[in-house]
Design a protein around this ligand. Sequence first.
Ligand SMILES: Nc1nc2c(ncn2[C@@H]2O[C@H](COP(=O)(O)OP(=O)(O)OP(=O)(O)O)[C@@H](O)[C@H]2O)c(=O)[nH]1
Ligand SMILES: [Mg+2]
Length: 442
Amino acid sequence: MTDADRTRQGEAGKGYITEQPREKAVLAGVNLPEAWSGGLGGEADLDELGRLATTAGAEVVGRLEQNRARPAPSTFLGKGKLEELAELVAETGATMVVFDNELSPAQGRNLEKVLDVKVLDRTELILDIFAGHARTQQARLQVELAQLEYLLPRLTRLWSHLERQAGGIGTRGPGETQLETDRRLLGRRIARIRQQLKTIAGARQTQTGRRDRMFTATLVGYTNAGKSTLMNGLTGAGILARDQLFATLDATTRRVEIDERRRFLLTDTVGFIRRLPHHLIESFKATLQEVRDADLLVHVVDAAGDDPGRQISAVDEVLESVAPGERPTLMVFNKMDLVADDLVHNRFAGRYPEAVFISGKDPRGIETLRGALVDHLLGAESIITVTLPSRNLHLLSPLHRTGSVLEQEFTGDQCRATVRVTDEERNRLLSQEGVQEATPPR
Ligand SMILES: Nc1nc2c(ncn2[C@@H]2O[C@H](COP(=O)(O)OP(=O)(O)OP(=O)(O)O)[C@@H](O)[C@H]2O)c(=O)[nH]1
Ligand SMILES: [Mg+2]
């Protein structure tokens, strides 16, 4: 990597807000008809936008909503509302306006002209938080890729910013406009990041290849639901868990030992949100591979959240785009210490009969979860009959000690045993000398 690359990467990773810790933000949202029928409506959406803004380091100083049948083409808000917004910005001394809706490049530009402060949309805000929270090289590259791809069509807005970045002598061809040069530079940078991510994903694949037969459970869920808290409780992983959105961006995997021979892998990963920018889903493909590879998804729900049902649907939607198709899922309603038990039970126990209702802050909650995970692990075990030479009987010792040899019979120097095994054990056992799977009697 050259110095110029490092500078570019550093700048792209910094984003807008984190450069100035105490920005004052006004939130703005237009409720379009689809949103009205979506259940909660704009209030809750703006609440969430506010939490995003706070997580990004801004102070929320005002909010404004409008109901419209369709966005105004040039400024999203109607003329009167826009004037109202400009007044609110002046009154509160706001340094930025954050829109809950996705703005087109032209709309963003026009709004900035009228309001004379920085204008961000929800996607840009989420990208900024991701940029601030990325720790590993993989996460940083994934965020940068998403940012660059989102910014590419918005380049005209970033003229001066990119002018600084491009800068280098000899980067400009005769007769080319600055914009074309910028586009080409960005295109090159994007290609290089894709290549780097491929290399990292390749290395990861080899790592997982070695452990691919161990049962793997992956924590998924809405951001801030408590995934990392549960991961820490079960494995002592020491992952950062805090009351902010997208605290975790990287996948962490730890082994959980159940008994002498049973263990499984547990993975904590990035949280989801409604309308998760598709650029982010695309560029976090490698991290989300953990979701595709899982034998079991552990879907953690914040039972005390705004509207748990709506959060579940949002997570299901993202899951469907990341890993299409049904897969075994354990529903975990977390933060039960903050709500009345009955309320949540009544609402969800019918729909998810096997769900667990726990508090991740309470060791008993962690034990309940561990128990449910073990049940799934045992459910994934199979019963097989093997034959092996009696001199190799020691191979069955671990199974004996955990009561997993169900039947055993000797003929000459051969032993025939019916055992309960995980896939991993089955493969290991059958790879030993002289051990064969017996065809079950018809
Ligand atoms: N009261 C209560 N708080 C909890 C519980 N579980 C987690 N929390 C808190 O909820 C906040 C979010 O927890 P995390 O474990 O970081 O959530 P996460 O799902 O990993 O969130 P992201 O990584 O940001 O997507 C933290 O402040 C936790 O202390 C619980 O059972 N009860
Ligand atoms: Mg987390």
